[in-house]
Design a protein around this ligand. Structure first.
Ligand code: ADP
Ligand code: ZN
Length: 591
């Protein structure tokens, strides 16, 4: 049982009923003044672990966070909840600093956010010593490790904190850590007998799907249309793909904005803030987009190409559904992406190359996606049917006689002398009686009509899947001609089996997806969103700082009539009730 005072503060300040199991233990460690290493997936609720204890102890906690925009959001959110949180950066004035020192000395200041660069500066440390810091919370702690995928040199020097602040406790937080990274973080920061708390990496509210990449633009538009009015991120491998997809979407009247390292700082900031304040819902981006996105109502993440590693995939998809509501994670897969990445990574490639191969195996895999992901992070998964991935939902059906079908397709490519594209090969396999087929004499081939019982779309899917398996390749200057690879011979000789899946065009809803909209008044939800957007714009803050989607949905489900009823809603604490209560009730009454 957690300390009743903890629950009291949780309810009063945040409007939450309970702590998540790991939060409870992390907060317990912090209150007992024991160092800790907390590993939780994105959306797991790490921030609360360091935000809550100082409210109880009155100690000053210094939070080290790598991105200014991320800090600003947290500070704004906390101040909005009535917590004295501040950040210090290059734009902090002398007056602000003096005020900050006063607030710290009078034990009014609870949380001070700083960047790692600033923290390790000598003069800044002297300043901090004078403030009597009780606790350091180090966010994104994996940046300290060479073993991770996101190493930052300035993090290394955080190891000196232990000596400079012998009385302070240190707490490290990260979303991604394999056992090696975990050990490295503890060693680098010289954590003292830390409580190592590793949360479940499973995100049950996310559904994962891997689809063969057939027509990326069309597939992308389908996803956007299914999520009309909702927020999503579309990840691409290359900057060029980002530009092309953004342009094509915009041409179709979809307000998509680009984000990649090739854009100017102004362009990137413009995209990021439009996404944050919900004036734009769709961002097309490379891996460069990520850290610092705190929007909690991202409803889909679409990868149009293979991510660089499972760590990246976990983190990028992890940005979806941070409010705990259902979200869709889809990947368009083609085996060719591995080659693209290999050329980007160069010869050898070392660790990144190994991580990439793991990713490729995941995409091709036939085990539950939730299971595959948590197993990768060293965790067991016992649920035999997650109810939220393409494999468990039966979106894909494994084709029974796949190897025979593959042999027929491959032979047809051979018989037509590897001189034609997919369209013609399909026409021959289906036994189409057209002028072109006849004039080429292909109606006399032994493969003519061999797969006549299948549709054009099915055959096209399978041809793409054979390309995906590296059995066929597309080649040719003027138009893509199908050719066999060396591996294909083994299949033709019957030495190797092939797995093909039937892509049902029907998409089944995941369990969370169908439940969380139950009883929600859709029109009222939209009115509430509009109210939130306008208020956010007037106050110059991002909408999620006002209230999260989960709260809005609950209001639209419960239709509260009184402040007492409204207080029952998720995410409505005392401060929010005073600030927004009457106005929300007015929206409900008029909706
Ligand atoms: P992380 O930093 O681990 O990615 P956050 O701290 O941003 O995750 O929390 C993710 C979401 O979960 C936020 O919307 C937060 O308000 C919510 N949340 C955190 N703890 C709780 C809790 N105990 N009860 C309900 N919601 C919570
Ligand atoms: Zn599954």
């Amino acid at each position: 049982m957690p300390d009743p005072r903890v629950l009291e503060i949780l309810r009063r300040t945040w409007g939450y009923d309970s702590l998540r199991p790991l939060q409870e233990r992390a907060i317990e460690a912090a209150l007992a003044r024991r160092d800790s290493l907390v590993v939780m997936p994105t959306g797991g609720g790490k921030s609360l672990c360091y935000q809550l204890p100082p409210l109880l102890t009155g100690d000053l906690t210094v939070v080290v966070s790598p991105l200014i925009s991320l800090m600003k959001d947290q500070v704004d959110t906390l101040r909005d909840l009535g917590v004295d949180a501040r950040q210090i950066n290059s734009t902090t004035t002398e007056v602000e600093k003096r005020e900050l020192v006063r607030a710290a000395r009078s034990r009014q200041l609870r949380l001070l956010f700083v960047s790692p660069e600033r923290l390790v500066a000598e003069r800044f440390q002297e300043f901090l010593v004078s403030l009597d810091v009780g606790t350091f919370a180090i966010d994104e702690a994996h940046c300290i490790s060479h073993w991770g995928h996101d190493f930052r040199p300035e993090y290394r020097q955080l190891g000196e904190l232990r000596e400079r602040f012998p009385k302070a406790t240190l707490h490290a937080y990260t979303a991604t850590a394999t056992a090696a990274v975990r050990r490295d973080i503890a060693a680098q920061l010289r954590l003292n007998d830390p409580a190592v708390l590793v949360g479940s990496f499973d995100r049950p509210n996310l559904s994962y799907r891997v689809l063969p990449r057939l027509e990326p633009l069309k597939q992308t538009i389908e996803v956007i249309e299914r999520h009309a009015g909702e927020a999503g991120i579309i990840y691409c491998i290359r900057k060029k793909d980002v530009d092309e997809i953004t342009a094509s979407l915009r041409k179709r009247g979809i307000d998509a904005r680009p984000y990649h390292a090739g854009l100017t700082r102004e362009e990137r900031t413009a995209t990021q803030s439009a996404f944050a304040d919900e004036t734009c819902n769709i961002v097309v981006a490379t891996v460069a987009f990520g850290m610092g996105i705190d929007r909690s109502n991202i409803r889909f993440v679409l990868h149009t190409g293979l991510p660089k590693s499972i760590e990246h995939y976990q983190q990028e998809t992890g940005r979806a559904g941070r409010d705990g509501l259902e979200a869709d994670c889809m990947m368009l897969y083609s085996a060719a992406d591995v080659l693209v990445w290999r050329s980007v990574l160069g010869e050898g490639g070392g660790a990144p190359r190994r991580l990439l191969d793991e990713m490729d195996r995941y995409a091709r895999g036939a085990v539950c996606r939730h299971k595959a992901l948590v197993n990768y992070f060293g965790e067991d998964f016992s649920n035999p049917n997650c109810g939220a991935c393409d494999l468990c939902l039966g979106d894909v059906e494994v084709v029974a006689d796949a190897t025979v079908i593959a042999q027929k397709i491959l032979s047809c490519v051979v018989r037509t002398e590897q001189r034609f594209g997919a369209g013609h090969v399909i026409a021959v396999l289906r036994g189409e009686n057209t002028d072109r087929v006849r004039s080429l004499g292909h109606d006399r081939l032994s493969t003519y009509g061999l797969l006549s019982e299948h549709t054009q779309a099915e055959l096209r899917d399978w041809i793409y899947q054979l390309i995906g398996h590296g059995l066929l390749e597309q080649d040719g200057d003027r138009y893509p001609v199908l050719k066999l690879t060396a591996d294909a011979r083994r299949v033709l000789r019957g030495e190797e089996n092939v797995r093909l899946v039937q892509i049902t065009r029907k998409r089944r809803k995941s369990k969370v997806e169908s439940q969380s909209w139950e009883g929600v008044d859709g029109a009222l939800f939209e009115s509430l969103r509009k109210f939130r957007r306008e208020l956010a714009a007037a106050r110059g803050v991002p909408p999620y700082i006002i209230l999260g989607d989960r709260s809005l949905r609950e209001v639209a489900r419960l239709r509260p009539k009184t402040l007492t009823q409204l207080r029952e809603v998720y995410g409505i604490g005392e401060k929010k009730l005073v600030d927004l209560g009457e106005r929300i009730l007015a929206v409900v009454a008029s909706g």
